[in-house]
Write a protein that binds this ligand. Structure first.
Ligand SMILES: Nc1nc2c(ncn2[C@@H]2O[C@H](COP(=O)(O)OP(=O)(O)OP(=O)(O)O)[C@@H](O)[C@H]2O)c(=O)[nH]1
Ligand SMILES: [Mg+2]
Length: 246
């Protein structure tokens, strides 16, 4: 009798151990299955995102146009990390243009400005976009479908020429996105109002205007960074936004 009870106890114990293990195993497998499914899902979206990026960065139909001193600096920074696209520099300042490594450079209004900038006068930047500039732009962008225009506003060339350029590109049926960089507040109200005016003119031709404030860059930068280093951050922010599909 005692023998039977011990046998029964052992059997129960064995059963208990087996069931407990089985439950733990089931729990483990169901957990790892949902983890695995989560991971699969994550990898799929990651793949899609990379695919988008791939398409964008491989597309031969995308180009970048920098307008004015800062706009050209920014696309120069982009060109250093992207060797697939066309980068077109537009400026009336010949010295600034000379420093750019792209082979696509348009010197604006040499007859009027003799290779100098517009000294903050937006009307001057506007007047520089003549028929000759438009013909050259047409040739440079003829194979491009999407055009990203990058302009630092508040000065003369970027603020004045950008609305003219965008209006012209629009007539060529390009998909256009403008990245408009606002001047620092400490540069004064005059520059800010030149920039705001320029934005409203750009918006009368297109809706896709992404505004980035130079002020915001200071908040995130290392106080010991130099100007160029801080400005390089703008270039990275814009490039990342484009790569992420904005
Ligand atoms: N983020 C960034 N902003 C810049 C850079 N260079 C200038 N800026 C800003 O852009 C504003 C306009 O300056 P520029 O782009 O040099 O002006 P511009 O269009 O060449 O016009 P003018 O020099 O007046 O003929 C400045 O007041 C700065 O706030 C740059 O490299 N990066
Ligand atoms: Mg300039």
């Amino acid at each position: 009798m005692i023998h039977l009870t011990i046998d029964t106890l052992v059997t129960f114990l064995m059963l208990y151990i087996i069931l407990k293990h089985r439950k733990e195993a089931e729990k483990f497998y169901s957990q790892s299955r949902s983890e695995w499914e989560e991971r699969q899902k994550y990898e799929k979206t990651l793949e899609q995102r990379l695919d988008n990026h791939h398409v964008l960065s491989k597309s031969n139909k995308t180009c970048f146009i920098g307008v004015g001193g800062g706009g050209c600096n920014i696309i120069q920074d982009m060109a250093e990390i992207d060797n697939r696209h066309k980068f077109i520099h537009l400026n009336s300042d010949s010295q600034a243009l000379q420093l750019k490594t792209s082979k696509h450079k348009l010197l604006l209004g040499f007859d009027k400005k003799a290779g100098l900038g517009c000294g903050g006068k937006a009307q001057c930047g506007k007047d520089l976009v003549n028929d000759d500039v438009k013909t050259k732009l047409l040739a440079l962008t003829k194979d491009e479908k999407i055009v990203y225009v990058v302009a630092t506003l508040g000065g003369g060339v970027g603020s004045g020429a950008t609305p003219e350029i965008v209006e012209y590109l629009k007539t060529l049926n390009k998909e256009i996105v403008v990245f408009a960089i606002m001047p620092f507040t400490f540069e004064g109200k005059m520059k800010a109002s030149v920039a705001v005016n320029s934005i409203s003119k750009i918006r009368s031709s297109i809706e896709n205007v992404v505004i980035i404030k130079n002020d915001d860059l200071i908040l995130n930068c290392n106080p010991t960074s130099g100007n160029r280093e801080i400005f390089k951050m703008t270039s990275n922010i814009i490039y990342k936004r484009i790569a992420d599909g904005i």
